[in-house]
Write a protein that binds this ligand. Structure first.
Ligand SMILES: *Cc1c(COP(=O)(O)O)cnc(C)c1O
Length: 462
Protein backbone atom coordinates (compact mmCIF):
# COMPACT_ATOMS: atom_id res chain seq x y z
CA UNK A 1 0.00 0.00 0.00
CA UNK A 2 1.41 3.36 -1.10
CA UNK A 3 0.46 6.83 0.14
CA UNK A 4 0.07 9.90 -2.06
CA UNK A 5 -0.34 13.62 -1.28
CA UNK A 6 -3.65 15.45 -1.77
CA UNK A 7 -1.65 18.09 -3.69
CA UNK A 8 -0.09 15.57 -6.04
CA UNK A 9 3.46 16.83 -5.76
CA UNK A 10 5.26 14.95 -2.97
CA UNK A 11 7.12 11.63 -2.83
CA UNK A 12 4.96 8.51 -2.56
CA UNK A 13 5.47 6.89 0.84
CA UNK A 14 4.80 3.64 2.68
CA UNK A 15 2.36 3.55 5.61
CA UNK A 16 5.19 3.78 8.10
CA UNK A 17 6.85 6.71 6.32
CA UNK A 18 3.57 8.59 5.97
CA UNK A 19 2.88 8.03 9.66
CA UNK A 20 6.29 9.30 10.76
CA UNK A 21 6.15 12.28 8.40
CA UNK A 22 2.65 13.68 8.96
CA UNK A 23 2.38 16.58 6.52
CA UNK A 24 3.60 15.99 2.94
CA UNK A 25 6.43 18.14 1.58
CA UNK A 26 4.14 19.85 -0.94
CA UNK A 27 1.97 20.98 1.99
CA UNK A 28 -0.63 18.28 1.25
CA UNK A 29 -2.01 15.43 3.34
CA UNK A 30 -1.31 11.77 2.76
CA UNK A 31 -3.97 9.37 1.53
CA UNK A 32 -3.79 5.73 0.45
CA UNK A 33 -3.55 5.47 -3.34
CA UNK A 34 -6.59 3.18 -3.24
CA UNK A 35 -9.11 2.33 -0.52
CA UNK A 36 -9.40 -1.37 0.34
CA UNK A 37 -12.93 -2.72 0.37
CA UNK A 38 -14.62 -5.07 2.79
CA UNK A 39 -17.36 -7.31 1.42
CA UNK A 40 -20.74 -7.68 3.18
CA UNK A 41 -19.52 -11.10 4.38
CA UNK A 42 -16.33 -9.56 5.80
CA UNK A 43 -18.43 -6.97 7.62
CA UNK A 44 -20.95 -9.51 8.89
CA UNK A 45 -18.06 -11.54 10.32
CA UNK A 46 -17.15 -8.61 12.59
CA UNK A 47 -20.26 -9.15 14.67
CA UNK A 48 -19.47 -10.28 18.20
CA UNK A 49 -15.72 -9.67 17.82
CA UNK A 50 -13.75 -7.63 20.33
CA UNK A 51 -12.91 -4.00 19.54
CA UNK A 52 -9.27 -5.04 19.12
CA UNK A 53 -10.13 -7.78 16.62
CA UNK A 54 -12.29 -5.40 14.56
CA UNK A 55 -9.45 -2.87 14.68
CA UNK A 56 -7.05 -5.48 13.34
CA UNK A 57 -9.30 -6.53 10.44
CA UNK A 58 -10.29 -3.00 9.42
CA UNK A 59 -6.82 -1.44 9.54
CA UNK A 60 -4.63 -4.34 8.39
CA UNK A 61 -5.16 -3.83 4.60
CA UNK A 62 -3.88 -0.23 4.87
CA UNK A 63 -0.53 -1.16 6.40
CA UNK A 64 1.24 -3.04 3.61
CA UNK A 65 4.18 -4.96 5.04
CA UNK A 66 5.02 -2.48 7.81
CA UNK A 67 4.33 -5.00 10.59
CA UNK A 68 3.69 -8.70 10.83
CA UNK A 69 0.17 -9.70 11.89
CA UNK A 70 1.45 -10.69 15.33
CA UNK A 71 3.30 -7.39 15.75
CA UNK A 72 0.25 -5.38 14.74
CA UNK A 73 -2.01 -7.34 17.08
CA UNK A 74 0.40 -6.60 19.94
CA UNK A 75 0.42 -2.88 19.07
CA UNK A 76 -3.39 -2.74 19.09
CA UNK A 77 -3.69 -4.65 22.31
CA UNK A 78 -1.25 -2.33 24.13
CA UNK A 79 -2.96 0.76 22.66
CA UNK A 80 -6.40 0.01 24.10
CA UNK A 81 -5.39 -1.71 27.35
CA UNK A 82 -5.64 1.57 29.30
CA UNK A 83 -9.27 2.24 28.41
CA UNK A 84 -11.81 2.26 31.20
CA UNK A 85 -14.52 0.26 29.40
CA UNK A 86 -14.32 -3.30 28.11
CA UNK A 87 -16.19 -2.42 24.90
CA UNK A 88 -13.78 0.54 24.32
CA UNK A 89 -16.52 2.38 22.34
CA UNK A 90 -19.87 1.41 23.90
CA UNK A 91 -23.13 2.38 22.21
CA UNK A 92 -25.99 3.76 24.31
CA UNK A 93 -29.55 4.38 23.27
CA UNK A 94 -30.81 7.95 23.71
CA UNK A 95 -34.19 7.73 22.06
CA UNK A 96 -35.97 5.53 19.55
CA UNK A 97 -33.58 5.26 16.63
CA UNK A 98 -30.99 7.60 18.18
CA UNK A 99 -27.81 6.24 19.72
CA UNK A 100 -24.76 7.74 21.39
CA UNK A 101 -21.35 6.28 20.64
CA UNK A 102 -19.30 6.91 23.79
CA UNK A 103 -15.75 7.63 22.68
CA UNK A 104 -14.53 9.05 26.00
CA UNK A 105 -13.35 6.04 28.00
CA UNK A 106 -9.66 6.46 27.11
CA UNK A 107 -6.96 7.85 29.42
CA UNK A 108 -7.69 11.55 28.66
CA UNK A 109 -11.47 11.18 28.37
CA UNK A 110 -11.84 12.23 24.71
CA UNK A 111 -12.09 10.36 21.44
CA UNK A 112 -8.61 11.43 20.42
CA UNK A 113 -7.22 8.69 22.66
CA UNK A 114 -8.39 6.11 20.12
CA UNK A 115 -5.96 7.43 17.54
CA UNK A 116 -3.25 8.75 19.80
CA UNK A 117 -2.79 5.65 21.94
CA UNK A 118 -2.43 3.59 18.78
CA UNK A 119 0.01 6.07 17.25
CA UNK A 120 2.14 6.03 20.43
CA UNK A 121 2.51 2.27 20.17
CA UNK A 122 3.12 2.40 16.40
CA UNK A 123 5.83 5.04 16.82
CA UNK A 124 7.52 3.21 19.64
CA UNK A 125 7.63 0.01 17.64
CA UNK A 126 8.94 1.68 14.46
CA UNK A 127 11.53 3.84 16.19
CA UNK A 128 12.88 1.01 18.31
CA UNK A 129 13.29 -1.04 15.17
CA UNK A 130 15.13 1.71 13.30
CA UNK A 131 17.09 3.17 16.23
CA UNK A 132 15.90 6.69 15.32
CA UNK A 133 14.61 9.56 17.47
CA UNK A 134 11.82 11.97 16.64
CA UNK A 135 10.54 15.25 17.95
CA UNK A 136 6.79 15.38 17.93
CA UNK A 137 5.28 18.83 17.66
CA UNK A 138 1.56 19.37 17.69
CA UNK A 139 -0.98 22.14 17.97
CA UNK A 140 -4.01 21.57 20.11
CA UNK A 141 -7.26 23.21 21.02
CA UNK A 142 -7.05 21.06 24.15
CA UNK A 143 -7.85 17.42 23.54
CA UNK A 144 -5.21 16.46 20.97
CA UNK A 145 -2.41 17.77 23.15
CA UNK A 146 -3.42 15.92 26.26
CA UNK A 147 -3.99 12.76 24.24
CA UNK A 148 -0.55 13.10 22.59
CA UNK A 149 1.23 13.72 25.88
CA UNK A 150 -0.53 10.75 27.45
CA UNK A 151 0.44 8.54 24.51
CA UNK A 152 4.13 9.54 24.36
CA UNK A 153 5.09 10.38 27.95
CA UNK A 154 8.16 8.50 29.08
CA UNK A 155 8.97 6.94 25.68
CA UNK A 156 12.72 6.83 25.03
CA UNK A 157 12.91 7.82 21.37
CA UNK A 158 10.43 10.70 21.41
CA UNK A 159 10.22 14.27 22.67
CA UNK A 160 6.71 15.69 22.59
CA UNK A 161 6.00 19.44 22.32
CA UNK A 162 2.41 20.63 22.45
CA UNK A 163 1.37 24.18 21.56
CA UNK A 164 -1.97 25.19 23.04
CA UNK A 165 -3.70 28.59 23.02
CA UNK A 166 -3.00 30.23 26.38
CA UNK A 167 -6.13 30.67 28.47
CA UNK A 168 -8.37 28.99 25.89
CA UNK A 169 -8.41 25.38 27.05
CA UNK A 170 -10.39 24.02 29.96
CA UNK A 171 -8.66 23.51 33.30
CA UNK A 172 -8.90 19.74 33.00
CA UNK A 173 -7.40 19.86 29.51
CA UNK A 174 -4.59 22.13 30.70
CA UNK A 175 -3.81 20.01 33.72
CA UNK A 176 -3.72 16.88 31.62
CA UNK A 177 -0.99 18.56 29.55
CA UNK A 178 0.97 20.27 32.33
CA UNK A 179 1.02 17.66 35.10
CA UNK A 180 2.92 14.74 33.50
CA UNK A 181 6.38 14.95 35.06
CA UNK A 182 8.37 13.04 32.41
CA UNK A 183 11.30 15.00 30.94
CA UNK A 184 10.26 14.31 27.34
CA UNK A 185 6.95 16.18 27.77
CA UNK A 186 6.85 19.92 26.92
CA UNK A 187 3.62 21.92 27.20
CA UNK A 188 3.90 25.32 25.44
CA UNK A 189 1.20 27.95 26.00
CA UNK A 190 1.15 30.24 22.95
CA UNK A 191 -0.31 33.76 22.95
CA UNK A 192 -3.09 33.39 20.40
CA UNK A 193 -5.87 31.14 19.15
CA UNK A 194 -5.76 27.51 18.13
CA UNK A 195 -5.41 28.58 14.49
CA UNK A 196 -2.21 30.48 15.44
CA UNK A 197 -0.80 27.39 17.13
CA UNK A 198 -1.72 25.29 14.12
CA UNK A 199 -0.20 27.81 11.70
CA UNK A 200 3.13 27.84 13.62
CA UNK A 201 3.25 24.04 13.54
CA UNK A 202 2.62 24.12 9.78
CA UNK A 203 5.41 26.70 9.44
CA UNK A 204 7.81 24.41 11.29
CA UNK A 205 7.00 21.58 8.92
CA UNK A 206 7.60 23.88 5.95
CA UNK A 207 10.97 24.93 7.38
CA UNK A 208 12.84 21.93 5.96
CA UNK A 209 16.13 22.82 7.64
CA UNK A 210 14.52 22.86 11.09
CA UNK A 211 12.37 19.86 10.24
CA UNK A 212 15.40 17.73 9.39
CA UNK A 213 17.58 19.11 12.21
CA UNK A 214 15.20 18.07 14.98
CA UNK A 215 13.60 15.03 13.31
CA UNK A 216 10.18 16.67 13.30
CA UNK A 217 7.18 14.37 13.30
CA UNK A 218 3.52 15.31 13.43
CA UNK A 219 0.66 13.61 15.17
CA UNK A 220 -2.00 16.23 14.53
CA UNK A 221 -5.27 15.11 13.05
CA UNK A 222 -3.74 15.38 9.58
CA UNK A 223 -1.65 12.29 10.34
CA UNK A 224 -3.07 9.47 8.26
CA UNK A 225 -2.56 6.87 10.99
CA UNK A 226 -4.89 8.87 13.23
CA UNK A 227 -7.63 9.00 10.66
CA UNK A 228 -7.24 5.27 10.11
CA UNK A 229 -7.56 4.46 13.83
CA UNK A 230 -10.86 6.36 13.89
CA UNK A 231 -12.34 4.32 11.05
CA UNK A 232 -12.64 1.35 13.39
CA UNK A 233 -15.44 2.58 15.66
CA UNK A 234 -17.68 3.38 12.71
CA UNK A 235 -17.52 -0.35 11.99
CA UNK A 236 -18.11 -1.56 15.56
CA UNK A 237 -21.08 0.81 15.97
CA UNK A 238 -22.72 0.08 12.62
CA UNK A 239 -22.27 -3.67 12.98
CA UNK A 240 -23.86 -3.67 16.42
CA UNK A 241 -26.94 -2.01 14.85
CA UNK A 242 -27.21 -4.52 12.03
CA UNK A 243 -24.70 -3.57 9.31
CA UNK A 244 -24.14 -4.74 6.60
CA UNK A 245 -27.84 -5.64 6.42
CA UNK A 246 -29.08 -2.32 7.73
CA UNK A 247 -27.94 1.21 6.95
CA UNK A 248 -27.03 3.66 9.67
CA UNK A 249 -26.23 7.38 9.71
CA UNK A 250 -23.72 9.21 11.88
CA UNK A 251 -23.63 12.73 13.26
CA UNK A 252 -20.14 13.90 14.10
CA UNK A 253 -19.20 17.00 16.16
CA UNK A 254 -16.59 18.46 13.84
CA UNK A 255 -13.66 20.83 13.92
CA UNK A 256 -10.70 19.70 11.88
CA UNK A 257 -12.82 17.18 9.93
CA UNK A 258 -10.60 14.23 10.93
CA UNK A 259 -13.22 12.23 12.79
CA UNK A 260 -15.95 12.66 10.18
CA UNK A 261 -13.48 11.97 7.38
CA UNK A 262 -12.76 8.61 9.02
CA UNK A 263 -16.48 7.92 8.53
CA UNK A 264 -16.08 8.77 4.86
CA UNK A 265 -13.30 6.19 4.58
CA UNK A 266 -15.46 3.58 6.35
CA UNK A 267 -18.21 4.28 3.81
CA UNK A 268 -15.78 3.96 0.89
CA UNK A 269 -14.61 0.63 2.34
CA UNK A 270 -18.14 -0.68 1.99
CA UNK A 271 -19.78 0.06 5.35
CA UNK A 272 -23.42 0.94 4.58
CA UNK A 273 -23.48 4.49 5.96
CA UNK A 274 -26.43 6.49 4.70
CA UNK A 275 -25.60 10.05 5.78
CA UNK A 276 -22.59 11.55 7.52
CA UNK A 277 -23.75 14.70 9.27
CA UNK A 278 -21.16 17.36 10.00
CA UNK A 279 -22.15 19.16 13.21
CA UNK A 280 -20.46 22.50 13.95
CA UNK A 281 -20.75 25.01 16.77
CA UNK A 282 -20.97 28.75 16.03
CA UNK A 283 -17.63 28.42 14.24
CA UNK A 284 -19.46 27.04 11.26
CA UNK A 285 -17.19 27.35 8.25
CA UNK A 286 -17.86 23.73 7.27
CA UNK A 287 -21.62 24.13 7.53
CA UNK A 288 -21.44 27.34 5.50
CA UNK A 289 -19.27 25.69 2.89
CA UNK A 290 -21.49 22.63 2.52
CA UNK A 291 -24.58 24.86 2.28
CA UNK A 292 -23.24 27.64 0.05
CA UNK A 293 -19.98 26.35 -1.53
CA UNK A 294 -18.05 29.30 -0.03
CA UNK A 295 -15.09 28.41 2.18
CA UNK A 296 -14.05 31.67 3.80
CA UNK A 297 -12.45 31.81 7.27
CA UNK A 298 -13.81 34.78 9.22
CA UNK A 299 -12.18 34.54 12.64
CA UNK A 300 -12.75 32.27 15.62
CA UNK A 301 -15.43 33.09 18.20
CA UNK A 302 -14.57 31.19 21.40
CA UNK A 303 -17.34 28.79 22.42
CA UNK A 304 -18.16 26.33 25.21
CA UNK A 305 -17.10 23.53 22.83
CA UNK A 306 -13.50 24.77 22.39
CA UNK A 307 -12.15 21.69 20.62
CA UNK A 308 -14.30 22.71 17.66
CA UNK A 309 -13.32 26.40 17.66
CA UNK A 310 -11.64 26.22 14.32
CA UNK A 311 -11.86 28.20 11.11
CA UNK A 312 -9.34 26.35 8.98
CA UNK A 313 -10.39 22.73 8.96
CA UNK A 314 -7.29 20.91 7.80
CA UNK A 315 -8.70 17.46 6.99
CA UNK A 316 -11.39 18.96 4.78
CA UNK A 317 -8.65 19.00 2.15
CA UNK A 318 -8.89 15.21 2.01
CA UNK A 319 -12.61 15.31 1.30
CA UNK A 320 -11.97 17.95 -1.37
CA UNK A 321 -9.42 15.65 -3.00
CA UNK A 322 -12.09 13.00 -3.59
CA UNK A 323 -14.78 15.56 -4.45
CA UNK A 324 -12.49 16.89 -7.17
CA UNK A 325 -12.01 13.42 -8.67
CA UNK A 326 -8.59 12.82 -7.05
CA UNK A 327 -7.10 15.84 -8.82
CA UNK A 328 -4.13 17.02 -6.72
CA UNK A 329 -3.58 20.06 -8.95
CA UNK A 330 -7.11 21.30 -8.31
CA UNK A 331 -6.65 20.89 -4.54
CA UNK A 332 -3.30 22.71 -4.61
CA UNK A 333 -5.00 25.60 -6.38
CA UNK A 334 -7.82 25.81 -3.82
CA UNK A 335 -5.24 25.89 -1.03
CA UNK A 336 -3.44 28.75 -2.75
CA UNK A 337 -6.74 30.62 -2.96
CA UNK A 338 -7.29 29.91 0.74
CA UNK A 339 -4.03 31.70 1.55
CA UNK A 340 -5.47 34.70 -0.27
CA UNK A 341 -8.69 34.63 1.77
CA UNK A 342 -10.92 31.76 0.71
CA UNK A 343 -12.27 29.67 -2.14
CA UNK A 344 -15.48 28.51 -3.68
CA UNK A 345 -16.10 24.79 -4.22
CA UNK A 346 -17.11 23.99 -7.81
CA UNK A 347 -20.69 22.84 -8.42
CA UNK A 348 -19.55 19.34 -9.38
CA UNK A 349 -17.41 18.97 -6.27
CA UNK A 350 -20.15 20.34 -4.03
CA UNK A 351 -22.56 17.79 -5.44
CA UNK A 352 -20.01 15.04 -4.78
CA UNK A 353 -19.63 16.20 -1.15
CA UNK A 354 -23.39 16.29 -0.67
CA UNK A 355 -23.70 12.68 -1.81
CA UNK A 356 -22.18 11.77 1.56
CA UNK A 357 -22.29 14.77 3.87
CA UNK A 358 -25.09 16.79 5.44
CA UNK A 359 -24.36 19.57 7.87
CA UNK A 360 -25.87 21.55 10.70
CA UNK A 361 -24.91 24.22 13.21
CA UNK A 362 -25.62 24.53 16.92
CA UNK A 363 -25.22 27.85 18.71
CA UNK A 364 -24.27 28.36 22.37
CA UNK A 365 -27.83 28.51 23.71
CA UNK A 366 -28.86 25.42 21.76
CA UNK A 367 -25.78 23.62 23.12
CA UNK A 368 -26.72 24.44 26.73
CA UNK A 369 -30.38 23.60 26.12
CA UNK A 370 -29.39 20.23 24.66
CA UNK A 371 -27.22 19.36 27.68
CA UNK A 372 -30.08 20.26 30.00
CA UNK A 373 -32.82 18.54 27.97
CA UNK A 374 -30.81 15.35 27.47
CA UNK A 375 -29.97 15.18 31.17
CA UNK A 376 -33.63 15.60 32.10
CA UNK A 377 -34.89 13.15 29.48
CA UNK A 378 -32.29 10.38 29.62
CA UNK A 379 -30.01 10.89 32.62
CA UNK A 380 -27.10 11.18 30.19
CA UNK A 381 -24.74 14.06 30.92
CA UNK A 382 -23.32 15.32 27.60
CA UNK A 383 -20.13 17.33 27.14
CA UNK A 384 -20.73 20.49 25.07
CA UNK A 385 -19.17 18.96 21.91
CA UNK A 386 -21.37 15.89 22.11
CA UNK A 387 -24.35 18.18 22.73
CA UNK A 388 -23.64 20.00 19.46
CA UNK A 389 -23.81 16.61 17.78
CA UNK A 390 -27.01 15.55 19.53
CA UNK A 391 -28.76 18.84 18.67
CA UNK A 392 -27.86 18.63 14.99
CA UNK A 393 -28.72 14.91 14.86
CA UNK A 394 -32.17 15.62 16.26
CA UNK A 395 -32.86 18.07 13.44
CA UNK A 396 -31.53 15.69 10.77
CA UNK A 397 -33.02 12.33 11.71
CA UNK A 398 -34.83 10.33 9.10
CA UNK A 399 -37.24 7.59 10.06
CA UNK A 400 -36.09 4.09 9.26
CA UNK A 401 -32.35 4.79 9.50
CA UNK A 402 -30.81 4.68 12.98
CA UNK A 403 -28.75 7.76 13.83
CA UNK A 404 -25.54 7.38 15.81
CA UNK A 405 -24.13 10.55 17.37
CA UNK A 406 -20.48 10.48 18.36
CA UNK A 407 -19.95 11.54 22.00
CA UNK A 408 -16.46 12.94 21.69
CA UNK A 409 -15.56 13.83 25.28
CA UNK A 410 -16.50 12.98 28.85
CA UNK A 411 -18.59 15.68 30.59
CA UNK A 412 -15.99 15.92 33.38
CA UNK A 413 -13.55 17.40 30.87
CA UNK A 414 -15.80 20.50 30.63
CA UNK A 415 -17.35 20.64 34.11
CA UNK A 416 -18.12 24.38 34.16
CA UNK A 417 -20.15 24.40 30.96
CA UNK A 418 -21.94 21.23 31.97
CA UNK A 419 -22.75 22.58 35.43
CA UNK A 420 -24.03 25.87 34.05
CA UNK A 421 -26.31 24.12 31.56
CA UNK A 422 -27.65 21.30 33.71
CA UNK A 423 -26.94 22.15 37.33
CA UNK A 424 -25.06 18.86 37.52
CA UNK A 425 -21.47 18.38 38.63
CA UNK A 426 -19.67 15.89 36.38
CA UNK A 427 -17.11 14.07 38.53
CA UNK A 428 -13.81 12.81 37.10
CA UNK A 429 -13.54 9.02 36.98
CA UNK A 430 -11.82 7.55 40.02
CA UNK A 431 -8.55 6.84 38.17
CA UNK A 432 -7.86 10.58 37.65
CA UNK A 433 -9.47 12.05 40.75
CA UNK A 434 -6.16 13.60 41.97
CA UNK A 435 -5.62 15.69 38.79
CA UNK A 436 -6.23 18.96 40.63
CA UNK A 437 -3.55 18.17 43.22
CA UNK A 438 -0.64 17.45 40.88
CA UNK A 439 1.97 20.20 40.23
CA UNK A 440 1.87 21.92 36.81
CA UNK A 441 4.77 22.63 34.44
CA UNK A 442 4.43 24.77 31.30
CA UNK A 443 6.28 27.38 29.21
CA UNK A 444 4.65 30.56 27.86
CA UNK A 445 5.67 31.37 24.27
CA UNK A 446 4.96 34.28 21.91
CA UNK A 447 3.27 33.66 18.56
CA UNK A 448 6.70 33.80 16.90
CA UNK A 449 8.11 31.01 14.77
CA UNK A 450 11.83 31.54 15.32
CA UNK A 451 11.47 31.88 19.09
CA UNK A 452 9.55 28.61 19.24
CA UNK A 453 12.07 26.84 17.02
CA UNK A 454 14.95 28.04 19.19
CA UNK A 455 13.23 26.81 22.32
CA UNK A 456 12.63 23.38 20.83
CA UNK A 457 16.25 23.05 19.69
CA UNK A 458 17.48 23.97 23.17
CA UNK A 459 15.17 21.54 24.89
CA UNK A 460 16.10 18.52 22.78
CA UNK A 461 19.83 19.25 23.07
CA UNK A 462 19.71 17.96 26.65
C1 LIG B 1 -11.09 17.21 18.45
C2 LIG B 1 -12.45 17.19 18.98
C3 LIG B 1 -13.55 17.34 18.13
C4 LIG B 1 -13.40 17.61 16.67
O1 LIG B 1 -12.84 16.52 15.98
P1 LIG B 1 -12.19 16.74 14.54
O2 LIG B 1 -11.59 15.44 14.18
O3 LIG B 1 -11.20 17.84 14.70
O4 LIG B 1 -13.30 17.13 13.64
C5 LIG B 1 -14.81 17.24 18.69
N1 LIG B 1 -14.98 17.03 20.01
C6 LIG B 1 -13.94 16.88 20.85
C7 LIG B 1 -14.20 16.64 22.29
C8 LIG B 1 -12.64 16.94 20.37
O5 LIG B 1 -11.61 16.79 21.20
Amino acid sequence: MKYISTRGNAPTLSFEEAMLTGLARDGGLYLPESIPEMSPADIRALEGQSYEEVAFRVMRPFLGDAFTDAEFRGIISRAYAGFGHAARAPLKQLDSGHFLLELFHGPTLAFKDFAMQLIGQLFEFSLKRSGKRVCIVGATSGDTGSAAIEAFRGLDAVDVFVLYPHGRVSEVQRRQMTTPSEGNVHALAIDGHFDDAQARVKDMFNDFEFRDAVGLAGVNSINWARVLAQVVYYFTAAVSLGAPDRKVSFTVPTGNFGDVFAGFIARRMGLPIDRLVVATNQNDILHRCLSTSEYKPDGVIPSISPSMDIQVSSNFERALYYAYGEDGGAVAQLMDELKAGGFSVSQGALQALRETFDSGRCDENETRATISRTWAGTGELLCPHSAVGVHVAETMRQTGVPMITLATAHPAKFPDAVQEASGQHAPLPERMADLYDRPERLTRVANDLSAIETLIKERIAH
